[in-house]
Design a protein around this ligand. Sequence first.
Ligand SMILES: Nc1nc2c(c(=O)[nH]1)N[C@H]1C(S)=C(S)[C@@H](COP(=O)(O)O)O[C@H]1N2
Ligand SMILES: [Mo]
Length: 328
Amino acid sequence: MLIKKRSGIEIPSSEITPEHIYASRRQFMKGATFVAAGSLLAACAPKGFNAAPQGAAPVSEDIDLTPGTVSTTTDELGDPINSYEDITTYNNYYEFSTDKDGPAKLSKNFPTSPWQVEVGGLVRNPGVYDIEDLRTKFDQEERIYRLRCVEAWSMVIPWMGFPLSKLLNEVEPTADAKFVRFETLYDPEVMPGQDSRWYDWPYVEGLRLDEAMNDLTLMATGLYGKDLLPQSGAPIRLVVPWKYGFKSIKSIVKIDLVEEMPTSLWMSAAPSEYGFYANVNPEVPHPRWSQASERRIGELGRRETLKFNGYEEQVAYLYDGMSLQANF
Ligand SMILES: Nc1nc2c(c(=O)[nH]1)N[C@H]1C(S)=C(S)[C@@H](COP(=O)(O)O)O[C@H]1N2
Ligand SMILES: [Mo]
């Protein structure tokens, strides 16, 4: 794991031309990628849902793909950080689209300011935080994390953000608080995918309190030294790098400390396929495919999936004495 504190955001250093974007997209589409994608795209759409959002905002093509700067080019395992282009044009964000390139196009006009996050439930100091307060109140750190989607693709992403524990310490969970429940904005006017009846909107996720307090658990507000774009979950999202990507809920408006284990959107959509814990584990297959290997975006071929996505040393203690097969 690579953790670096940074004082500020640096000036963008390079520019990627639209020509370059189109060329590499074409190249990407030509690759063997869609052998897997055909079956896996359906992975998160158990009921054959295909969102072709009606009445979505007009798509303009001038997506800003100018990266800021990061302090390193690899993760702690020596694997290269994915390009800003990959990270911001290959996304899962069902509120906008179920196509990987859909969120970038359809979220361009998503309003991320003003934005408030309500933190409450079983806490001594509930509060409504303005996104700007969160950015200034807590030091923004750079964290280079692997993101492993349950669909068996992965990336290395240089996030900016702050540990969730800092926010939780501020609101002071009471002794009854056992879990943290997160909620994404619900606004079908700007999130056309929320018209789909296949899912229980808004998107909900949860963590056990000790998982939420682990230092790896990040509230991300930026990546590549720039503020998050809407497709990445702007203005603030969760990042839990040892769990499958669906736990890393985007565009959060509400955080509640609760006593009972929350039911996530994926648990209610397909309980036999998506559990509460969702720890990355090559030994526990998804009911419909193996999790033993993964496709790193930008690479040919596959690589072995690491237990807890390579963060075993930092998080295995959380699951001492617990069956990772039963608690998938
Ligand atoms: N609100 C919301 N959060 C979400 C999702 C989503 O559809 N809606 N998709 C999840 C999934 S399946 C993954 S793999 C990651 C993808 O994050 P990325 O697009 O930034 O790589 O976001 C997660 N967070
Ligand atoms: Mo995912």
